[in-house]
Write a protein that binds this ligand. Structure first.
Ligand code: DX5
Ligand code: ZN
Length: 216
């Protein structure tokens, strides 16, 4: 099975976002990964809903929305209004994660849960059967273009085992530091979905890079 590829527009040219979204529309990318940051949960702010409203109008691929914010449940209606396919919240930001996951489903989106590099996979045991996808961060969230944390590959293997043990059908997504080299190791370990920001947008030929990631 080819990996699902979800380019992150965090590394796109914000002065010409329409152009870059058009490129993704023409590409073999499966989804568009959208990183929302609040300057509280992570030490950076990206873009908010007024900008994303325009992005969602232009995008012709399903939106994979990754919220790096505290209390993400407050924004379920806004994410729903974007027509998001997946709403991805952090384990570390949700003391009542089970409730948030149900609320996301009730809003007609697929719920996903994300863990930071220091959060063990084992903590997901009681939620993996309720989510569509688990996202394992390959870097500390907040910025594009960071170095991949090698231990992430082991976490993917651990998660794969946990999914088998629990009978969960959840997809495994990895975000942060993904390129052709780390992507190959992640797919071999069991990753289903690769998010790539810098690898795509800083490449000489983003369309070719997306194709290469799809063919890992
Ligand atoms: C990091 C974001 C990522 C980021 C990945 O906080 O969640 O989606 O855009 O960027 P690269 O692929 O450049 O590491
Ligand atoms: Zn992300």
């Amino acid at each position: 099975m080819k990996p699902i590829v979800s380019p992150s527009i965090l590394s796109a040219d914000f002065s010409n976002l329409g152009h870059d979204i058009d490129m993704l529309n023409q590409s073999e990318a499966d989804w568009l990964h959208i990183d929302i940051m609040d300057g509280v949960f992570v030490p950076n702010i990206s873009f908010g809903f007024p900008v994303l409203k325009h992005v969602s109008r232009l995008a012709q691929k399903p939106l994979d929305v990754h919220l790096m914010i505290v209390q993400p449940e407050k924004f379920i209606p806004e994410v729903q209004a974007l027509g998001a396919y997946i709403m991805n919240v952090h384990y570390e930001a949700c003391p009542h994660l089970h409730r948030v996951v149900q609320q996301i489903r009730e809003a007609g989106m697929l719920p996903a849960v994300t863990i930071n590099p220091a959060t063990p996979v084992s903590l997901l045991k009681d939620i993996v059967c309720d989510v569509y996808m688990v996202l394992i961060m390959g870097v500390n969230p907040g910025f594009g273009g960071q170095k991949f944390i090698g231990h992430t590959v082991e976490k993917v293997r651990e998660l794969k085992d946990l999914l088998l043990q629990t009978g969960s059908q959840a997809l495994i997504e990895v975000d942060g530091g993904v390129n052709l080299d780390t992507g190959a190791r992640l797919v071999e370990a069991g990753a289903d979905v690769l998010v790539a920001g810098n690898a795509v947008f800083k490449s000489q030929n983003p369309l070719e890079m997306i194709r290469a990631l799809k063919n890992l």
